[in-house]
Design a protein around this ligand. Sequence first.
Ligand code: NAD
Length: 486
Amino acid sequence: MEAKTVQAYQMFVGGKWIPSRSGRVYPVYNPAQGSAMAEVPRGDASDVAFAIETAKAAFAEPSWRGMDPSKRGRILYKIGLTIRENIEELARVETMNNGKPIGQSKGDVAYAARLFEYYAGLADKFQGETIPLPGSRLDYTLKEPIGVTAHIIPWNYPIALAARSIAPALAVGDTIVAKPASFTPLTLLKLAEIAKASGLPDGVFNVVTGAGEEVGEEIARSPDIKLIALTGSTATGGRVLELAAKNLTRVVLELGGKNPNIVFADADLTRAARGVIDGIFTNAGQMCWAGSRLLVEEGVQEKLLGKVLEGIKQLKLGDGLDQSIGMGPLISESQRKRVMGYVEAGLKEGAKLLVGGKPPKDERLKDGYFFEPTVFTSASSDIKIVREEIFGPVLSVMTFEALEEAVEIANDSEYGLYAGVWTTSLRTAHRVAKEVESGMVSINEYPVTYPQSPFGGFKKSGLGFEQGVDAIESYLRVKNVEINLD
Ligand code: NAD
């Protein structure tokens, strides 16, 4: 048997690898094996203070923010290229640390590269305006980097979501302090190393590892942080907002979802079934944009679910490094218990379990945190499994009779992140897109996003948005200059 090695990592501050000041470390797990794969410093308030001081100094010293923006863009582009050159290694680490199938990790790493390439192109294109004023006056705006920005990252898409907020911040000349999720710090640490190797000055990109309540809260309460970009749960978003309020720190919050995937009777049901499966079982359902509520038009439920069940049969569970698997484990035992708790609640509240609902019996999977793809039918909008974000491979199916009813069910949620619509009718597609209360709508595919299109949620799914040209504004401040020419 291969000996298991536990690699020791350090934090990355000021362009150097450093331990935590307290010397404390914690283990990081491979969720498919249920065993430790690495050891990472457990940062505290003093580590956060040091990283923020370092980032502040790198911002004050103008070589980064004052750099020719096209040169800054070239550095970002090089980061993107270097990520691509290291895609195999980064994807392997992502899969071992998060559990997702290797193909999905490669997609995530390529997405991170694409984000850097996209914002590289914008580094010399954010520009002010001249504004007409009465009389002999000149008025113009300056767009300036905001200062030190913080990036608090979840564990479900570690490298992709780190890149999503870090790339625009760097493009405009901010300096950063990033905190990975405690479960999955490894690819962000590697990203910091890649950024340095690509020419980023020391002190611009700092990473502090540790717990959310310690490191995350300390970052959020710092008056020296000028913007906090958090991707995480709605509860964490609320806490960060509360802490940020004390200093009036700007926030961008990308939070949870309970997303409707709406299938009309005229849809291509084979394609829709594929979208239903990808929408809830990709990443073992641990997705903010998971299509966890399937709304299907009366009359086609049986046919659609037949196809979904066929697809589930093909979904092999296992270690993500095995190319043939379709679904990996959940991130941790506590996450598995949480999912199990929801299954029990679903049964208690009268939903019918069609498939799954438990860990797999396969002896080879016994050490990992696996859970079977699960489908509940006869669900209704007032039960827990339909109202709350489960963050696991659990689909709740409901039926509707008409478009108005579909929209009403879709909107009956405190979340509003993403919605899928499956139909061959333009009228249906555009009417639902207009009426559904979610920050993103996908028609005839699910789930999909690109760096150039905005990603953000309505209601309790978030505040502000990431991606696209306009997201860069969050990382800037606008100064108005008025001159009397008389
Ligand atoms: P989480 O909220 O537990 O953690 C997210 C990050 O916040 C981690 O780095 C964590 O250490 C940190 N954190 C935790 N408590 C904190 C606190 N009190 N103060 C400051 N930081 C704290 O979320 P998670 O379990 O890592 O990720 C799952 C959640 O993220 C889900 O709700 C999911 O929907 C959401 N999510 C949203 C998006 C989006 O783009 N909208 C994308 C991915 C995940």
